[in-house]
Design a protein around this ligand. Structure first.
Ligand SMILES: [Zn+2]
Length: 214
């Protein structure tokens, strides 16, 4: 059962279209797994539609405005490389969240049992990745200088706090130290705004892992 959900404030911001692409995609990915949050979003959408009905005057367009909008030469469509709906990794097939199907994905980079592909959203310090961990894989104990959001898409992992199932929406910050481990392997969507900080061991050895994952 999913135990970790976006906060009500985050769901409200999602409903109002106020989230950056990274967080919006992460919330969408959660909603595909979580009926409870889908109901909340529907209720919020209905409430805001009600507000619009109450105070909104309909904008009217005359024909000329419409024609000039359509024939404007500055208007170009930039086709984006679309992602496959299914991924095959290490003999396992994964279905990607619908929210990821129209965004570009970089090639996979691999280090040990970890592999990641960057989701190309161009959000500066905020990096979004697909992270695959092979069975028996772990990420050494670490904390974060900023935030780290993980949405488990498939498989399972556990850390010092809990065992997670697909759909779990796990938001950690610099107060949280953890050591994720997966017995059978997992695929996650991660959003982070800073590289991780390893708590133990030789940082020179662990640094490439931090760079791979961030
Ligand atoms: Zn939920």
């Amino acid at each position: 059962m999913i135990k970790h959900h976006p906060t009500p404030a985050l769901l409200l911001a999602f409903t109002q279209g106020q989230l950056d692409s990274s967080l919006s995609i992460a919330v969408s990915a959660h909603l595909e797994h979580c009926e409870c949050c889908r109901h909340q979003v529907l209720a919020l959408q209905e409430a805001s539609a009600q507000c619009l009905d109450d105070d909104c005057e309909l904008e009217t367009w005359d024909d000329e405005d419409m024609i000039s909008a359509i024939t404007d030469e500055d208007y170009e469509i930039h086709p984006k490389q679309s992602m496959p709906l299914k991924l095959h990794l290490k003999g396992q097939e994964y279905t990607l969240p619908r929210a990821l199907q129209s965004v570009a994905l970089s090639n996979w980079l691999k280090l040990g049992k970890l592999a990641r592909a960057r989701v190309d959203l161009n959000e500066g310090d905020v990096h979004t990745n697909l992270l695959h961990i092979e069975k028996g894989g772990t990420i050494p104990i670490h904390t974060h200088k900023g935030f780290e959001l993980t949405v488990l898409l498939a498989g399972e992992f556990k850390d010092e706090f809990d065992d997670y199932v697909p759909g779990d929406f796990i938001w950690l910050n610099d107060a949280n130290t953890h050591t994720p481990f997966t017995e059978h392997g997992c695929l996650c969507l991660t959003v982070a705004n800073n590289s991780m900080h390893f708590v133990q061991g030789i940082s020179q050895v662990l640094n490439p892992i931090g760079k791979l994952i961030y």
